[in-house]
Ligand binder design. Structure first.
Ligand code: PMP
Length: 285
């Protein structure tokens, strides 16, 4: 089946899916997005993703030109039209075309875009053996400048941190917040296990509250694992028994080295494996 890209209710081939160069999404990163997974032809936690999209929109005063039910139906239709049983969805809402000035109120046509595609973020081998991370010197955006809770089209902060990771030979990088506490990675949330307790930084640490993060917290609670959303330092990660990342694209991936230090015994730990298995079962439900 050939790929069909949705723009404002119409479908285009990849070559013909175009928007204006005056769109403030391009000119200023003025817009928001979601990244979702398709498992067995169904969108995983679509409602949660759309509620987060609406929160991002509210935070930047961006009117989404369709209601929640309508967009839900359109996302499901885009999945059907692209015929992918397993895949990834990038849903974008831009501010729309305006003048060559910042003023968002002169943009009157927000663009709603749905791209359905395949994704492989990390090589399969890393899910078995674990990832190596470095801490980026680029910190997460100060929440008073641009809240990390908004999934905005301004990802340059994360792109710069990702670049630092890649230049150091790592596929992901850890980002601290403006207070020097652990926030998250460039596109994933971070967890540790210490003395059988599962810990992840709280929302206030300047993170995007991941849908996968929340699913993993629920699964851990169901399995009787003690969980906490607590501030973490880099030291806590160095001395953790286990560490892993979560994200719609990444799913659950173990971390075995941070800044050249082995975490635990340097291999993916048992609670990481247990939660990864539980997550795999959940998405197959
Ligand atoms: N943090 C950041 C910065 C992200 O971009 C993402 C999404 N790729 C996540 C965390 C994970 O969120 P989710 O589980 O909702 O995909």
């Amino acid at each position: 089946m050939t790929q069909q890209i949705y723009i404002n209710g119409e479908y285009f081939s990849k070559e013909d899916a175009k928007i204006s160069v005056y769109d403030h999404g391009l000119l200023y990163g003025d817009g928001i997005f979601e990244g979702m997974r398709i498992y067995g032809g169904k969108v995983f936690r679509l409602r949660e993703h759309l509620l987060r999209l609406w929160e991002s929109a509210a935070a930047i005063s961006l009117p989404i030109p369709l209601d929640l039910d309508h967009l839900t139906a359109d996302v499901n239709e885009a999945v059907r039209k692209n015929g992918l049983e397993e895949g990834y969805i990038r849903l974008i809402v831009t501010r729309g075309a305006g003048a060559l000035g910042l003023d968002p109120f002169r943009c009157s046509n927000p663009q709603v875009i749905i791209i359905v595609d395949k994704i492989t973020l990390y090589p399969a081998e890393l899910y078995e053996n674990g990832l190596e991370l470095v801490t980026a010197s680029t910190i997460r955006n100060h929440p008073a400048a641009l809240s990390p809770r908004i999934k905005s089209l301004n990802y340059l902060n994360n792109v710069l941190a990702k670049m630092e990771g890649l230049k150091a030979g790592c596929k992901e990088a850890l980002m601290l917040n403006h207070q020097g506490m652990v926030a998250e990675c460039t596109g994933d949330n971070v967890f540790i296990v210490k003395a059988n307790k599962l810990i992840t930084p709280p929302k206030e640490a300047g993170i995007l509250e991941g849908i996968t993060r929340n699913a993993v917290l629920e699964l851990a609670k169901k399995a009787g694992i003690e969980t906490a959303e607590e501030p973490l330092t880099r030291h806590d990660l160095y001395v953790a028994d286990e560490c892993f990342l979560t994200g719609s694209a990444a799913e659950v991936i173990p971390v075995v080295i941070l800044d050249g230090r082995s975490i635990g015994d340097g291999t993916p730990g048992p609670i990481t494996k247990q939660l990864n298995d539980a997550f795999r079962a959940l998405v197959r439900q």
